[in-house]
Design a protein around this ligand. Structure first.
Ligand code: KG4
Ligand code: ZN
Length: 340
């Protein structure tokens, strides 16, 4: 007898992307993401506008995901949604949608922690010849989070260290703003850094205890550095953009690997994964391979579409919870500060 296929609808609405995915066992049938351009003019996500955009997007995005997957909604076995962490107004849209869908279709609901979703994205089929095996360490780096997570089982995760202020992605985006690059500036800092000298300018790496990070001081040091140089040379940014981006990026990546390496050595871990939007950074990726070789690590980088916020990662986490029959009822509420 073959086991019945399990089809999960995943919903992600924690920040500024509205996403829905259909997953059949471990395989993605569709993964639709609607971004929100409305925030570009403000240089950052405006929570109130994000909630409104989710409200407009959620039905068409779910509809598109179901159509693209070529299934009908009565074939869905479970609806997995992001309960937190994230922006409360944004989470409310996804959670309320999941409740309504569940009531209308008699489908069980599965709550997912967004940060666990980022880690479990590595288990979506079709990405690796062999997936990570437990225990492994995942560095989750996004616009909202920077965490070193020890993963001992699908839902047995321990945060070994995290940022005490800004996230790594935020450090990229804030630097981009100071350099007059549009939001989100992380990819542009990465692009300009390619032609620059990473050793040209020196920025301090903050000294934070244990496996924790701090990036707010780095942004402030860039601000003062730019102010000082613009006083004597008004064209300083334009004339040095590549070197500034390369040096600043180098500092963030060096800081990330310093703690990651320390954590892996201390815990005897040789399987190392990265997750979150900043995993798209070219220096982070190349350094993971280079340092990984020196340290004897096997490294894992998810496909780009599963690095940034997406419902595929929520659906895979939901799938493993579905197998455990780990369901929630209509009394569930979002939790903006949900911990791993
Ligand atoms: O995971 P994500 O899509 O959303 C959050 O949960 O925050 O991550 C978005 C973050 C933004 O800060 C963006 O600037 C950053 O990821 N990012 C990058 C790159 N691509 C995206 N940062 C540096 N280099 C990149 N290539
Ligand atoms: Zn995220």
């Amino acid at each position: 007898m073959t086991a019945k296929d399990v089809i999960i609808l995943g919903i992600e609405s924690s920040c500024d992307d509205t996403s829905a995915a259909i997953l059949k066992n471990g395989e993605i049938l569709s993964n639709i993401v609607a971004g929100q351009k409305v925030h570009e003019d403000y240089g950052g996500v405006v929570p109130e506008l994000a909630s409104r955009a989710h409200q407009q997007n959620i039905i068409p995005v779910v509809d598109a995901a179901i159509k693209k997957a070529g299934i009908s909604k009565d074939q869905i076995d479970g609806i997995a949604f992001t309960r937190g962490p994230g922006l409360l107004g944004s989470l409310l849209v996804g959670v309320s949608f999941a409740k309504s869908f569940s009531l209308a279709t008699h489908t069980p609901m599965i709550e997912v922690n967004h940060m666990q979703g980022h880690v479990l994205a590595h288990f979506i089929d079709g990405q690796y010849d062999t997936k990570p095996t437990f225990p492994f360490i995942c560095l989750t780096v996004s616009g909202g989070h920077t965490q070193i997570v020890l993963v001992e089982d699908y839902f047995k995760m321990t945060v070994l260290g995290q940022t005490i202020d800004d996230a790594a992605g935020e450090a990229f985006d804030k630097a981009a703003k100071l350099l007059s690059l549009p939001y989100p500036g992380g990819p542009l800092v990465d692009k300009h850094a390619k032609d620059g000298d990473p050793k040209k300018f020196e920025f301090p790496i903050p000294n934070v205890p244990d496996y924790n990070y701090s990036f707010s001081g780095l942004k402030t040091s860039l601000l003062y550095f730019l102010k000082k140089n613009i006083e004597t040379d008004p064209n300083f940014i334009q004339d040095n953009l590549e070197d500034i981006c390369a040096s600043y990026q180098h500092t963030i990546i060096k800081s990330l690997f310093k703690k990651l390496t320390k954590a892996c050595r201390k815990h005897g871990i040789t399987q190392v994964a990265i997750a979150g939007g900043v995993s798209a950074n070219s220096l982070l990726r190349s350094e993971l391979v280079r340092i990984g070789k020196n340290e004897g690590w096997t490294t894992f980088i998810p496909e780009f579409q599963y690095c940034t916020d997406n419902a595929g990662m929520i659906a895979i986490a939901g799938y493993y919870k579905y197998l455990n029959k780990d369901f929630v009822d209509q009394s569930i509420v979002p939790d903006a500060r949900l911990k791993i």
